[in-house]
Design a protein around this ligand. Structure first.
Ligand code: B3K
Ligand code: ZN
Length: 893
């Protein structure tokens, strides 16, 4: 690699900061052309490093980027430029004293900041995003999470253009408009925090307001700020916030700690939201929701993200990360907390299935590809590339396993001890595990490997019943494939939850050899060795094992269940997750066989037994409709692809479509009956039952539309679909119908797309749906349409949501068109990556990740993707973000 290539940063090189910052006084003068930032830092050398001496702690290197340095003063004396040095990313003072006040003035141009990191503009307003390293684009600072300081922020700006001016903490002063038309406010945050939690917002905003009274009786003001015109879409976010506050008090005894909690929704935002202390900034996608504009998925997303950011106040803000390698300390834990919250608000099994599907769809591929990394990475080139599904979702699975091993009470004791020890500190994943272990005396020594080893462990399990001895022996073998930099792995500590079903379908009491009496019917085995044997006694008849109940560990488990056993588990398992899992395993097996049949030129036929099992679920009135909808959804094309050594893009697509048609043909009347029974415009509610009914209804519609090309039967489906599109009130139902139509060549398609746009052209989030539905259409001409849509007046390449909808929708949500063997999809994506690289490296890097799995395809597609990756890496001026992903994807090629 050439010497100018960006360099990696390693966990092993961590060193504490040589200086600390106690207080930060910021004064912003927001202007249309230039924004001026005055920063006054009370600093001292770090006493933890060396006994304080008059000479201080050696050179002070402050981080800073993309700004103009105006002046530096030390203890009130302006420094001559010869007394410091400024580099492209830093400001160095060679030898400051042990204790001093540093004053720095910088000038920025937020209106030119398209990276959406640091201080930038969105719809004419000012807004910040500082995690991970955006604060250094505002002022020179020790921009690292282990430097925690108390902040006071003063903002001055034109009172007409920026009537609302917000920052962290409590409002402590506000001026009237001055003669020059400007006004000033000051905010003070009493809690020490790292710079990544700093926030500032200024502009024309309206808000809705409510209050929450904490368990101990304090009243907290709650405000959600949005652009004028959006006030009618904030109620769900507010209700979600109040539920989150109550839940955290009840489940963890954690109360909010300031007098006010604010959320601001902005249209231009790289991610979902940001947990800045007291002033969360959100992507509008995770705030604005009303039934006419938002789908059920959107509503659930708002609730989960509002909860997630709120929960960060304790897991992230009060206790933060020592360094960015520890990111999962706050993210994995907070995702676990938001998942549990959503489970408590809705259906636990339905939520668990959705979370596991997401893990398998995104994290498993990451964990077996060129970007595989442990949940606590050892190195990175650009930290923004490590806000990954591994750090977040696998991180949450690791916390969930601790919860399983300790039990709910033990876990709560561990959390209490964690806060008792570390409130106000910046700590490590090891500190978290230590608190969990110390609070319960559970040995988590081997468990720690989950933090340092990447890759998805694989469990190969076999069972042997001895009728004479009345025993059942489970043999469990674990292995883990090599990942970059980790050719060999040590065994993991894997909690394996399981039950044994007797021939009637009931759970057997479980007694392991050596135990005096059975202990429950579902239990957790500690798998710790490469190979381990578990002997159950008193087992009269051969059981059907139900393994990895509730998905108790993020692993791939194989057991030689026959088709009959899987069907039996589908019908009888007391663990709802495993009932769903059995159906998915069966479907996966049958579909992969069909892919092989197709490749060998054999005719396709879907097993009638499988269709009958589907019919039974569809007609079972005792089933929760939401669960039924999940059980009747075939494994995705992406998931099927992961199961193949070489992904057969076209084969998988064709087989999945074939299976959907076969099921729809056989179950047509039942599907129509289901759609009728659940249809109609019932009054809108956003509870689990109503969401479930809508999802089953729309699942039925989707299957019926698979008949669209088959003559007369198809006509009725099309009528249902078009009727639903035009008459439904809830966006969930409208989008379901539009999504079906978008895959067809019917004349109604164009009519519907045009009508949808005309109705919703003033709602950017709804227009995003319109872009992504077209981008994900399986029609052969989709790439050309996507290219044309880049020029549509509603498309903006600088708006991340638009990019994710159109370009991301195509490359990530349309496998058969993106991977078209002509290579046009690949060329298109690479062109977009290069355009975005210059504007917004974080967004560009998310897009280039779509190439990372190129080695999983056939030689021709491999060559095409590799050529695009090489073209990207060779482009001058590449950001670290894109360089890291593209070069690691090519490593060894
Ligand atoms: N902590 C933020 C993510 C920041 C990403 C920076 N590139 C949102 C969250 O996880 O809650
Ligand atoms: Zn988070």
């Amino acid at each position: 690699m050439d010497k100018n290539a960006p360099q990696a940063i390693h966990l092993k090189d961590y060193a504490p900061p040589p200086y600390l910052i106690d207080t930060v006084d910021l004064a912003f003068d927001l202007g249309e052309d230039v924004t001026r930032v005055q920063s006054k830092l009370a600093m001292r050398s770090n006493p933890a490093l060396a006994p304080a001496s008059a000479t201080g702690g050696g050179p002070l290197v402050l981080d800073g980027q993309d700004m103009r340095l105006v002046s530096v003063a030390l203890d009130g004396r302006a420094l001559d430029p010869s007394e410091y040095s400024v580099g492209p990313d830093s400001l160095t003072l060679p030898n400051p004293p042990a204790d001093f006040i540093l004053e720095i003035v910088t000038e920025l141009r937020p209106q030119e900041n398209t990276s959406l990191s640091g201080l930038y503009r969105t719809s004419g307003n000012f807004c910040t995003q500082c995690e991970a390293e955006g604060f250094r684009k505002i002022t020179y600072f020790l921009d690292r999470p282990d430097v925690m300081a108390r902040y006071r922020t003063t903002i001055t700006a034109d009172a007409m253009r920026y009537p609302v001016m917000l920052s962290n903490g409590n409002l402590v002063a506000a001026s009237k408009m001055e003669a020059d038309g400007r006004h000033t406010v000051s905010w003070e945050d009493p809690f020490a925090k790292p710079s990544y939690l700093f926030a500032l917002v200024a502009g024309v905003l309206v808000h809705i307001e409510d209050t929450h009274v904490t368990k101990s009786g304090r009243t907290v003001a709650l405000r959600i700020y949005v652009e004028p015109g959006n006030q009618d879409k904030c109620d769900h976010a507010m209700a979600s916030l109040k539920k989150s506050m109550t839940w955290d008090e009840e489940v963890y005894g954690l109360e909010y700690d300031l007098d006010i909690f604010m959320i601001v929704a902005v249209g231009d935002f790289n991610m979902g939201a940001m947990e800045n202390k007291g002033l969360n900034v959100f992507n509008t996608k995770y705030v604005l929701a009303k039934p006419e504009t938002a789908t059920d998925t959107d509503f659930l997303g708002v609730e989960a993200v509002v909860a997630h950011e709120y929960f960060h106040n304790w897991t992230g803000n009060r206790v933060t990360c020592r360094d960015w390698f520890q990111l999962s300390l706050k993210e994995g834990l907070t995702v676990f907390r938001d998942q549990e919250f959503s489970s408590d608000m809705h259906s636990r099994p339905v939520k668990r299935i959705a979370d596991v599907q997401r893990l398998r769809a995104a994290q498993f591929p990451e964990d077996s590809g060129p970007m595989a990394h442990p949940i606590r990475p050892d190195s990175y080139i650009e930290i923004n590339n490590f806000y990954t599904t591994t750090v977040y979702e696998k991180g949450a699975e690791v916390v969930r396993m601790i919860h399983t091993l300790l039990g709910a009470d033990g876990f709560r004791k561990g959390m209490d001890l964690y806060f008792q020890r570390h409130d106000g500190q910046a700590v490590t994943c090891d500190d978290f595990v230590a608190a969990m272990a110390d609070a319960t005396s559970v040995d988590l020594g081997q468990f720690r490997r989950w933090y340092s080893q990447a890759g998805t462990p694989e469990l190969d399990v076999t069972g042997a019943h001895d009728a004479a001895a009345r025993t059942y022996r489970l043999t469990v073998r674990q292995s883990c494939p090599p990942t970059p930099g980790q050719p060999v792995k040590q065994p993991f500590h894997i909690p394996l939850a399981l039950g044994l079903l007797d021939p009637s379908g009931a759970d057997m009491p479980l007694r392991l050899a050596g135990e005096a009496a059975p202990a429950g019917t579902s239990r957790v085995l500690d798998v710790m060795e490469a190979e381990q044997v578990f002997d159950f006694v008193d087992v009269a008849e051969a059981p059907v094992p139900s393994l990895l109940r509730g998905f108790s560990a993020p692993v791939k488990l194989r057991f030689p269940h026959g088709v009959d056993d899987l069907t039996f588990l589908m019908a009888n398992d007391s663990d709802a997750f495993n009932r769903w899992e059995a159906g998915q395993t069966l479907a996966t097996r049958l579909m992969l066989d069909l892919v092989a049949d197709r490749a060998a030129g054999r005719p396709l036929e879907l097993s009638p037994g499988f269709i009958a099992a589907f019919g039974k679920i569809l007609k079972d009135p005792t089933l929760d409709p939401a669960f039924a909808a999940q059980a009747l959804t075939l494994p995705s094309e992406g998931y099927l692809g992961q199961q193949m050594p070489v992904i057969d893009v076209d084969g998988i697509h064709e087989v999945r479509a074939f299976c959907r048609r076969a099921i729809a043909t056989a179950l047509r009347d039942d599907l129509i009956a289901t759609h009728r029974a659940l249809g109609g415009n019932e009054p809108f509610a956003i509870d689990a039952a109503a969401i479930g009914r809508r999802s089953l209804k729309n699942l039925a519609l989707g299957y019926l539309m698979a008949l669209e090309e088959s003559g007369r039967e198809g006509t009725e489906a099309v009528e249902l679909c078009v009727g639903q599109f035009h008459n439904a009130h809830a966006m969930t139902d409208v989008i379901a119908a539009l999504g079906c139509l978008a895959d067809t060549d019917l004349p109604q398609r164009e009519v519907a797309l045009r009508r949808f746009y005309d109705l919703w052209k003033d709602e950017p989030l709804v227009v995003d749906k319109w872009f992504s539905i077209q981008a994900m259409s399986e029609r052969p001409g989709t790439l050309e349409e996507v290219k044309a849509l880049l020029g549509h007046p509603a498309f903006e390449i600088r708006n991340p949501n638009k990019v994710y909808a159109l370009i991301g929708g195509f490359a990530g949500g349309n496998p058969v068109r993106f991977h078209d063997i002509g290579g046009g999809g690949y060329r298109f994506l690479a062109d977009q990556v290069l355009t975005l690289n210059a504007l917004n490296p974080q967004v560009a890097s998310r897009m280039v990740k779509m190439f990372a799995r190129w080695r999983k395809y056939d030689p021709r597609r491999q060559a095409l993707m590799r050529a695009e990756l090489e073209r990207i890496v060779q482009t001058p001026g590449l950001s670290r973000d894109v360089f890291e992903i593209a070069s690691k994807s090519l490593e060894g090629a």
